[in-house]
Design a protein around this ligand. Structure first.
Ligand SMILES: [Mg+2]
Length: 254
């Protein structure tokens, strides 16, 4: 596997040079790395069925709505087009209530009950049991911790991410969600808050996440290193990038 300095986008020539000078296994390529920060949603865990189309249908029934599961994808795509960040990057549940309301409407919900139904669905995102860990997560986190790296979670969500880790049997050293911190990624302060808890400088930390604008650009603005976890293979041109977490330890020379 080619190795490269994290947080940079090598040119073709640089990449070729690095391939010729691949360090021997056991040499840590990421110098002075002391901590790895992870995004949570779609990085460590994915929403389970209760947060997908069938969950919408069941929530709809509780609000007297007949929602069509087959319209979920298109409704969500439509809602994503209109999704806007808070201008000051403040955590704002209302953004997600309105986003979810648009999906409910797009699945055939009527305007009167859609908002209340959307609030209930959004609240379900706060429940740890509604998420499933990706299979590669437990082993990789164990490997990183065994190598002496500290683990932090930084999440744009309303969940207590330390509780989340406990619920799913993960050992982490620190974790903050935007709800508790007040600002969302890519605001620098949420990354700093986790680094402060870990007692690690940005230059000694690596961020791993699935969203370029929040996880990667946010981390790089602080001079952290960052790797895109592209599980669906949607951004093949992006570097540095991995498609499974299993690729991470070798990339760090572990
Ligand atoms: Mg994510």
């Amino acid at each position: 596997m080619p190795r490269f300095e994290l947080g940079t986008s090598p040119t073709r020539t640089e990449r070729a040079t690095r391939l010729r000078h691949t360090p021997k296994p056991g040499h840590r390529v990421a110098p002075m790395l002391r901590a790895v920060l992870f995004d949570v949603d779609f990085t460590l865990a994915r929403p389970g069925p209760e947060l997908g189309p069938e969950g919408y249908v069941r929530a709809g029934e509780r609000h007297g709505l007949r929602l069509e599961p087959g319209r979920y994808e298109a409704a969500r795509d439509g809602a994503l087009v209109d999704l806007r960040r808070h201008p000051e990057l403040e955590h704002d549940d209302e953004i997600w209530f309105r986003f979810t309301e648009q999906i409910v409407l797009g699945m055939g919900g009527d305007a009167e009950s859609a908002y209340a139904c959307a609030v209930e669905i959004t609240r379900a995102w706060e429940r740890h049991e509604n998420f499933e860990l990706y299979d590669d997560v437990p082993d990789v986190l164990t490997q990183l911790r065994s190598a002496g790296l500290r683990i932090g979670l930084v999440s744009n969500s309303a969940r207590d991410v330390r509780e989340f880790a406990r619920h799913h049997g993960l050992e982490v050293d620190a974790g903050i969600s935007s709800f508790h911190h007040g600002r969302t990624k890519p605001h620098a302060s949420i990354f700093r808050a986790v680094l402060d808890l870990l007692g690690v400088e940005p230059a000694h930390a690596l961020m791993v996440g699935d969203t370029i604008s929040d996880d990667i650009e946010g981390a790089r603005a602080l001079d952290m290193r960052a790797i895109l976890l592209d599980r669906e293979g949607r951004r093949p041109e992006f570097e540095p990038r991995i498609e499974t977490l299993d690729e991470l330890p070798p990339l760090l020379g572990l």
